[in-house]
Design a protein around this ligand. Structure first.
Ligand code: GDP
Length: 448
């Protein structure tokens, strides 16, 4: 995709009333359009108090103007920011004026897309911009900032550089087939590939933490009425190390809490609506509950411990099938003379606990952390997405095959190394289809 040649404008701050709103222009005509609005050429990189006027000269507002000439701007193009009073009338009028003077309304994420196309950011950094804005915790925000600073990209680039060196080594050997890979050279290559794989696996583990930090773990509570699902949800929300964010939903939505359990972001969903529907409203509730279940990483099937694990497993199977995501929660342990424990029931995890007393709750928290692959240490983590993990996983798979093939069939091995490099380059976006770019940037907000 080539960098576009037109000029875009959008509100960079959220709509609504505020002390200040920022309207941003980017593109080759940004300075000329701003000049028409403020009546003089804005000075580069200076905040200046100006009057803003409509195309016919009618005053709209007064505020600050800051011009960032290309290429030292966010997008790499000429950028001008107009800081006006934050109100729908003023911002709409100002935007309407900019559009009348030739700027086009920006698409979601278009400023950041332009930054990417002008090499101001790579793709992982561009995604980190959205992740920083959407981060649900300070740890997630810090991780996104690390990615934005280029830590993730630098780690990928480091592996790419070593991979290039290995490929040159192999290609040189292929060009001179009579000098077959001498044993010594082959051993050196094997060691080099081994070290590279180790490095890549380390990066994958770090990226996996980053993904959990960004996306969190979604656990759904299901099970018969009165088993203690709501009590468990409240207990977890009141857990010492839990930070709760209430997410409003409609009455037909399953109840949902955002928790941060010792740093692990967890979305807990109580699908009380998961039962036979008697009317349309309930049917909608059931549909939504089912949708939540499909998306969940984990299903906590809550039941009264007195029912017994066998009976609980049977009921869970009857309702959800043989779903590997199910963990049995045998609640109300206070009513029987057995201590809280993490058990194994026919290869399925089962946790005996009491939502009433809180006994065994820490076992559940540890279990959630284990399922998420959470090490509890967010220090140094950078944000990462499922897409990045997939690419790193594919790169590692190709490297493994390459390590096996190089001695036997060097051409095949070389091909695998090339494929590993292509997979890695998807992370930073060196080779990215326009479709993927469209999908990534369309999820940004307008004005970003
Ligand atoms: P839900 O229908 O599955 O959401 O169940 P609730 O959370 O509403 O609980 C049903 C009843 O069981 C309530 O009276 C709770 O006080 C009680 N209950 C929940 N958890 C426990 C527990 O661990 N021990 C005891 N003794 N009672 C519990």
């Amino acid at each position: 995709m080539d960098p576009p040649r037109d000029t875009i404008a959008a509100l960079a701050t959220p709509p609504g009333r505020a002390a200040v709103a920022v309207v941003r222009l980017s593109g080759p005509d940004a300075t000329a359009i701003a000049e028409r609005v403020i009546g003089r050429r804005p000075r580069p990189r200076r905040a200046e108090l100006c009057r803003f006027a409509a195309a016919d000269g009618t005053p709209i507002d007064r505020g600050l103007v800051i011009a960032f000439p290309a290429p030292a701007s966010y997008t790499g193009e000429d950028v001008v920011e107009l800081h006006c009073h934050g109100g729908a009338v003023v911002t709409d009028w100002l935007l309407e004026t900019l559009h009348a003077l030739g700027a086009r309304p920006a698409q979601p994420g278009e400023f950041t897309l332009r930054a990417f196309l002008n090499d101001k950011l790579d793709l992982a950094q561009a995604e980190a911009v959205a992740d920083l804005i959407e981060s649900g915790s300070r740890a997630a925000a810090r991780a996104a900032l690390r990615s934005l600073d280029g830590r993730f990209s630098a780690a990928v680039d480091g592996i790419q550089a070593e991979l290039t060196a290995v490929r040159m080594h192999v290609e040189a050997c292929l060009d001179f087939p009579e000098e077959e890979l001498a044993t010594e050279a082959a051993e050196a290559l094997e060691q080099r590939l081994g070290a590279l794989l180790e490095r890549l696996d380390g990066l994958r583990a770090q990226a996996a933490q980053g993904r959990v930090l960004r996306d969190g773990l979604c656990a759904v509570l299901a099970g018969p009425p009165n088993a203690g699902k709501s009590s468990l949800m409240n207990r977890l929300a009141g857990y010492e190390a839990a930070i709760v964010t209430h997410v409003p939903g409609t009455t037909r939505d399953p109840l949902r809490e955002q928790l941060s359990l010792e740093g692990l972001p967890v979305t807990l969903v109580d699908t009380a609506g998961l039962r036979e529907a008697h009317d349309l409203v309930e049917a909608e509730g059931v549909k939504r509950a089912r949708r939540e279940l499909e998306r969940a990483d984990l299903v906590l099937w809550v039941t009264d411990v007195r029912e017994g694990a066998e009976c609980a497993a049977h009921a869970a199977r009857a309702s959800l099938g043989d779903d590997p995501r199910i963990t049995l929660v045998l609640n109300k342990a206070d009513l029987v003379a057995e201590p809280a424990a993490l058990l194994d029931h026919d290869g399925r995890p089962a946790i005996r606990l009491s939502a009433l007393t809180g006994d065994g709750l820490e076992l559940l928290v540890r279990h959630l952390q284990a399922v998420a692959g959470w090490s509890g240490d967010a220090a140094g983590t950078f944000s990462a997405r499922r897409r990045h993990l997939d690419a790193l996983e594919r790169a590692a798979a190709h490297l493994r095959v390459a390590a096996e093939e190089l001695a036997r069939a060097p051409e095949l091995g070389a091909e695998e190394l090339r494929a590993a490099q292509t997979a890695l380059s998807e992370v930073t976006g060196a080779y990215t289809s326009d479709d993927l770019l469209g999908e990534i940037f369309s999820r940004f907000c307008i004005g970003k």
